[in-house]
Design a protein around this ligand. Structure first.
Ligand SMILES: Cc1cc2nc3c(=O)[nH]c(=O)nc-3n(C[C@H](O)[C@H](O)[C@H](O)COP(=O)(O)O)c2cc1C
Length: 213
């Protein structure tokens, strides 16, 4: 039991919402997220990761916003992001961009912007994902997301030797798992340096729609 005045050596637990930018059933990027979730549960202390699905979100359409309320799927999604301290994005490259992910980012950016002040990391299962990550980071500037810069993480999943199970997207390669763990440790450390500012306060401060010029 902790005595008065004693400082716990356990790091404060951080909540990470993990989002996959591919809707494909056997997505390699979702395989990366599954591996990260397993790792954070089995091998790490102080990282609670939850997968947040984006496939049921409607396409961004401001007509669906009625008297300040969003469709139920959007409300549920926004609540999950608000509850998180940090984001893990796993996205393929779709012609240099992040098609389904952008839709989710847009819904979250509606007032109040639920991304504001949170930390983030990006991983990609394909080499082209580097370009997609640049685009994601660029969008993150306006959403007031704080990305870690290192380590960079992208793979060439379609080149042999295979690192994934092609039938279900499970990550098989041990070296890649170790690299993924390094990234999670970096995200955890960075998040702990920023945590003292409570996210709801920041969300009010950095409301995208009121800052648009
Ligand atoms: C419409 C479309 C565009 C794509 N554009 C690129 C690209 O520009 N660069 C690239 O490396 N891969 C590109 N790909 C390939 C995907 O990144 C690749 O199939 C990846 O494995 C998909 O991720 P997933 O396995 O998580 O579903 C594209 C795929 C689709 C369907």
């Amino acid at each position: 039991m902790e005595m008065a005045g004693e400082v716990s050596e356990k790091p404060q637990a951080i909540k990470v919402a993990a989002i996959c930018g591919s809707l494909r059933k056997a997505s390699y990027n979702r395989g990366l997220i599954r591996a990260a979730m397993e790792m954070s549960k089995e091998e790490m202390e102080g990282v609670i990761m939850e997968y947040v699905e984006i496939s049921s979100l409607p396409m961004m359409n401001a007509d669906l916003e009625v008297e300040g309320a969003y469709p139920p799927e959007v409300e549920a999604f926004r609540r999950k992001i608000l509850e998180a301290d940090s984001l893990l994005f796993a996205s393929p490259d779709y012609n240099y961009s992040i098609t389904p992910l952008k839709n989710a980012l847009d819904w979250g950016s509606r007032p109040p912007n639920v991304w504001a002040g949170k930390t983030a990391a990006a991983v990609s299962a394909v080499g082209g994902g580097r370009r997609a990550q640049f685009h994601l980071r660029q969008i993150g500037v306006f959403l007031h997301l704080h990305f870690i810069n290192k380590p960079e993480f992208y793979l060439n999943a379609h080149r042999p030797p295979g690192k994934f199970n092609a039938d279900n997207g499970d990550l098989l390669d041990l070296d890649t798992k170790n690299k993924l763990k390094e990234l999670l440790l970096s995200l955890q450390a960075f998040t702990l340096t920023l945590l003292p500012l409570p996210p709801p306060h920041q969300s009010t401060l950095f409301n995208c729609t009121t800052r648009r010029s």
